[in-house]
Design a protein. Sequence first.
Length: 388
Amino acid sequence: MTKVCIIGAGPAGLLLGHLLRAEGIDCIVLERQTPDYVLGRIRAGVLERVTVELMERLGLDARLKAEGLVHDGFNLADGERLIRIDIARLTGGHVVVYGQTELTKDLMDACDERGLEVVYGAADVALHEIESDTPYVTYSKDGREHRVDARIIVGCDGYHGPSRQAIPASAGQSYEREYPFGWLGILADVPPCNHELIYANHERGFALASMRSETRSRYYVDVPLTEKIEDWPDERVWDELAIRLGPDAAAHITRGPALEKSIAPLRSFVFAPMRHGSLLLCGDSAHIVPPTGAKGLNLAASDVHYAAAALTAFFKRGDADAVVGYSDKALARVWKAERFSWSLTRLMHRFPEDGPFERAMQVAELDYIAGSVAAQTSIAENYVGLPV
């Protein structure tokens, strides 16, 4: 018997587990995959202040502070024009470039010392009696069936995990927008072409110049969903990036062999409510954002912030209303992040169905942003992270 059973040992599940253990609340984390598989996921790399502050609060930010790259701005490119959004000047804040893999490793490495129990290789996870005060989770491992009784279950198990599937269809609503392209990403041990991120809108399509460190770069181009990764050898990717990012960025691109290369489809997705009975949802189990604007991991962290506060109030002060109110609090921020990611995706990509009018609207919007402090401030506030 435990107070909280967390499903999923990605950054959301581990963050929540550490926050609960810091409050003396018993919990266990179940993860279907192995630790190596979890660390092999190549994902986000730009951290908002909410994510950084949670790591600081846990005292697990030493490596983040030492190795993370503080960014005071980022860039929107349209042809040969580069529009810099000075988030430090406009908001007084900044973001930190630090790979999700590294953050997950920091959280994993602290589990034994902090007394956070994580069960890896937990197969066939199923949730039971979630509408009652005595829910439980079953799973199989090493040929044996196991059961975890808990008071609260928290699903941090992603879009395809069992947690959201356990909620009756009649008890929630899904909102979804699938995009007609994916992002082809390449990771390489080469210095970045710019010290800040560049989001580029080019007639051939979108491109993003990003990084994981001063010696490791992450680049993306958008491609039709029909494309196959084997049709994109490294040289073709680098050639396309040089065209789409513009001549100035292209002059500073250092080419190198891909450490990882993949195509990820883009979607916007929200499931509401994010609580059903004794089950709470966090992160990708409840919502997906396109990676434009780097909101995915950070939105999961803000869910965890709200969930940890609600569960602490519930278990330490008997405040049942805190758990009841979790979904409304989390969703209020989720929808704002969804709006920002959707609008930036719409602004910086050429959609197949778009014509001259839609392109003219993009040009007009970018012109407005280039000349308006108010417009730049709005973008900067959303990029650095809205308050929790």
